[in-house]
Design a binder for this molecule. Structure first.
Ligand code: NAD
Length: 476
């Protein structure tokens, strides 16, 4: 039976799905087999300006909404998204190739963002006064939300929840590789019956739709998740209209295995952090720092534990690593694996080429390099695929120095038995988030990077803060 091909020709502007003015049609490709499963008509600058105008008009009223109004809107958004968790997960598996177990978690954390924002807003004082002075936190204005493809539902829900909590109206530009997932999400959120123009979504190219959002004087704020290169251009180009800017960028995160760690449990945890979301994760712990005198034991434990990281059909719940999102991403991973070999690192598991039996689609072999030096390309650059570099260290101080010797500072992990010691090590890491003894999350804890990993924070009250301006009114 021939599969139905999806055709997306509209954008979501002023509370309705409207025909695209942009004419470029792009294929939607399923990464698991490289087949075309649909087409999307991409937005142009005109579509983007219509969306900005709608958001601007809506801001006049929505900026005056009370905390209670916004909490009610967040409640409706949560209910609308919650009703479609399975559809959203299925779309992430289909269009992005995310493995089903992980996709379910990512979608759920996106949906939870609306609830977490309600709680954070409830607890945030938006007014302070003393004497004849009153200070209020005001919505910054129209926000352009530009997102990456590796966790589409999460990024959109998280940014939208924070912006709406602050009283901003938004124009969302998802990755052009996430058109289908975005459509499923926006059809769900449409059911929340938001005031017209509060939520607008235009799918299009970065240099077209994204660039218009960045340069348009009627957009006050950009919240961006993506690469350092684009983040730099947004900061530079946004300066011309004095944009407020939040940047969530890349990482090359370290996992420090302390010498009192129990390898049986520690190695699977470390590999889980390295290969989550098939390695296409900004927080992936892609540098594993191991005590030199335990290196041989670590290699043996890694080789055994890697058997659990099976590659294949992302819809199969037993699979841990799915395909890469695109041919471009497949080739990028291959070139880094080649570079690692050329620079003298040793392949312990995986290597170049496709895994056996997976010739269609963008599958790569989950790869672990040993004998890696921290100055090699594979230890310095973000690969954004399932490639782990194991680096040996001699002392705790050296481990900390290697961990911090990176242009990035998004995430880090410490694994060890003595919790006081693990905390001491964690406190010296230059990263926006450090986890101890396993990957965990807290929707009220800030997320964001030191150094090239970004500017600003998301999640909880930190995320809402990023969409607020401070106004003081003083009486004589
Ligand atoms: P990307 O920078 O290529 O694209 C991100 C978004 O920016 C897309 O929507 C794209 O269309 C848009 N864009 C491209 N050019 C633009 C321009 N000139 N102006 C405005 N917008 C433009 O990144 P990607 O390949 O989609 O995502 C992978 C990157 O995202 C990795 O570096 C990863 O680490 C990072 N990331 C960071 C986080 C985080 O929370 N820190 C989360 C996920 C991904």
């Amino acid at each position: 039976m021939k599969e139905e091909v999806i055709t997306l020709t509209t954008h979501y502007i002023d509370g309705a799905f409207v025909a695209s003015h942009g004419r470029e049609v792009m294929d939607i490709i399923r990464p698991a087999d490289g087949q075309v499963i649909g087409t999307v008509t991409l937005a142009d600058e005109d579509d983007t300006r219509c969306a900005i105008d709608a958001a601007r008009r809506a801001f006049a009223t929505f900026s005056q909404s009370t905390k209670e109004d916004r909490i009610e809107i967040l409640r409706r958004l949560h209910a609308a998204a919650s009703a479609h968790v399975d559809d959203l997960t299925a779309a992430m598996v289909e269009e992005y190739g995310g493995v089903v177990q992980f996709s379910g978690l990512i979608v759920q954390s996106g949906v939870n963002a609306f609830q977490a924002a309600q709680q954070a807003l409830q607890e945030m004082p938006l007014t302070r006064s003393w004497g004849k002075t009153t200070v209020t936190l005001e919505p910054v204005g129209v926000a352009g939300l530009i997102t990456a493809w590796n966790a589409n539902t999460l990024f959109i829900c998280l940014k939208l929840a924070s912006a709406v909590a602050a009283g901003c109206t938004v124009v969302i530009k998802p990755s052009e590789l996430s058109a289908l997932q975005t459509r499923v999400l926006i059809e769900a959120l449409h059911e929340a019956k938001l005031p017209k123009g509060v939520l607008n979504v235009v799918t299009g190219r970065g240099h077209v739709v994204g660039a218009e959002l960045v340069r348009n004087p009627h957009v006050d704020k950009i919240s961006f998740t993506g690469s350092v290169a684009v983040g730099e251009s947004i900061m530079r180009d946004g300066a011309a209209t004095m944009k407020r800017i939040t940047l969530e960028l890349g990482g090359k995160s370290p996992t420090i295995l302390l010498d009192d760690a129990k390898f049986d449990s520690a190695i699977p945890i470390a590999l889980g952090i390295a290969f989550m979301n098939s390695g296409q994760a900004c927080a992936a712990g892609t540098r594993l720092l191991v005590p030199r005198r335990q290196l041989d034991a670590a290699k043996r434990a890694i080789a055994v534990a890697m058997r659990a990281f099976r590659v294949g059909d992302p819809g199969d719940p037993k699979i841990a690593v799915g395909p890469m999102v695109s041919q471009k991403q497949y080739e990028r991973i291959q070139s880094y694996i080649r570079k690692g070999i050329e620079e003298g690192a040793e392949v312990l598991v995986g290597g170049e080429g496709r895994p056996e039996g997976l010739q269609a689609g963008y599958f790569v072999k989950p790869t672990v390099f040993v004998n890696v030096k921290n100055d090699m390309t594979i230890a310095r650059e973000e690969i954004f695929g399932p490639v782990l570099s194991v680096i040996a260290y001699d002392t705790e101080d050296e481990a900390i120095a290697i961990a911090n010797d990176s242009k990035y500072g998004l995430h880090a992990a410490v694994i060890g038995t003595d919790i006081q010691r693990a905390r001491r090590v964690a406190s010296q890491l230059r990263a926006g988030r450090v986890v101890i003894n396993g990957m965990t999350d807290d929707p009220q804890a800030p997320w964001g990077g030191f150094k090239y990993s970004g500017v600003g924070r998301e999640y909880g009250r930190y995320g809402i803060d990023a969409f607020l301006e401070t106004r003081a009114v003083l009486e004589t």
